[in-house]
Design a protein around this ligand. Structure first.
Ligand code: PTJ
Length: 262
């Protein structure tokens, strides 16, 4: 990984870009994962590189649902393993959820590389998906393979940075699907039951914090949070945030250096 000076104004953006490149060099991240990362970066720039209120609202509803779930599973792909390997394990522990390596561009080499990376942070971690025997109906080839003890059995699944087709197929299987996606217009964002429009590098640590805080809430309180939640409204509110931000930036037609800083 190249050394980026901490004083660089875009330090964190460059840092995670390097992490994705490193993920590919380690054999974890798909080439298409680099493109997906670039799309995420662009949306994050527009959103303002911070957690907006609708994302916080979605995270609370997601954590409530996961805490009430009978069999919650968190899916791990090549981008997630490159960006937030330790944070993924922390979140699963805080929620009592299973972890499953589940890849769109599945190869056994990539599954092995991701498992090795996660085990660096917890050698004991129970990782599903290394030997999947079930298939998501309607998805051909490798991308539909799931673990009988994991996504196949899950009632609530977290599928971050996901393709819309698979999100849709999981919803059609009757799963409650939670996604993390910086693009509020994506098919995944539209198909999921709860969409967290935030960067996964901010969302996972915040969800872990929320899980630790909310695990003492009563069942009624958690159910109340879920009942109040409206994913369509949340996505709409993100778009309104983007619209307002761009209107502010475009403002009187004069570039305002200060306001452009994110
Ligand atoms: O590792 P694999 O084989 O499972 O493949 C993973 C990718 C990401 C390549 C695959 O799932 C894919 O092609 O996904 P898409 O359809 O490009 O969708 C990924 C979505 O994640 C896009 O809408 C991006 O905007 C979004 N995204 C990218 N980086 C982040 C992100 N959302 C949140 N946080 C990010 N860091």
């Amino acid at each position: 990984m190249i050394k980026i000076p901490k004083s660089h104004p875009r330090y964190w953006s460059l840092y995670y870009r390097e992490k994705i490149i490193e993920g590919m060099e380690k054999g974890m991240t798909a080439k298409a994962g680099l493109i997906a990362h670039g799309r995420g970066e662009a949306f994050d720039y527009i959103i303002g590189e911070k957690t907006v209120e609708p994302a916080e609202r979605a995270m609370r509803a997601a954590v409530a649902k996961l805490l009430l779930a009978k069999y919650p599973v968190i899916s791990v792909n090549g981008n997630v393993a490159a960006l937030v390997p330790e944070e993924t394990i922390e979140l699963a522990k805080a929620l009592g959820a299973k972890l499953e390596i589940n890849l769109f561009y599945r190869t056994e080499e990539r599954v092995k590389a991701i498992a090795e990376e996660l085990r660096k942070y917890d050698p004991e971690v129970d990782l599903l998906g290394t030997n999947p025997t079930k298939r998501i109906p309607g998805l051909e080839h490798e991308r539909g393979k799931v673990d009988e003890r994991g996504i196949w059995k899950a009632d609530v699944v977290v599928v971050p940075l996901e393709d819309g087709d698979r999100t849709e197929a999981l919803v059609a299987m009757g799963k409650f699907v939670i996604t993390i996606d910086l693009n509020p217009l994506s098919r995944s964002a539209r198909m999921a039951d709860i969409t967290i429009v935030d960067n996964i590098v901010r969302a996972y640590p915040r969800m872990t914090e929320l899980a630790r805080e909310m695990k003492d809430y009563s069942r009624e309180e958690l159910l109340g949070i879920i009942k109040e939640y409206d994913n369509g409204k949340t996505l709409n509110d993100v778009l309104v945030h983007i619209k307002n931000r761009l209107t502010l930036l475009a403002g009187d037609g004069v570039w305002k250096r200060k306001e452009l800083e994110v």
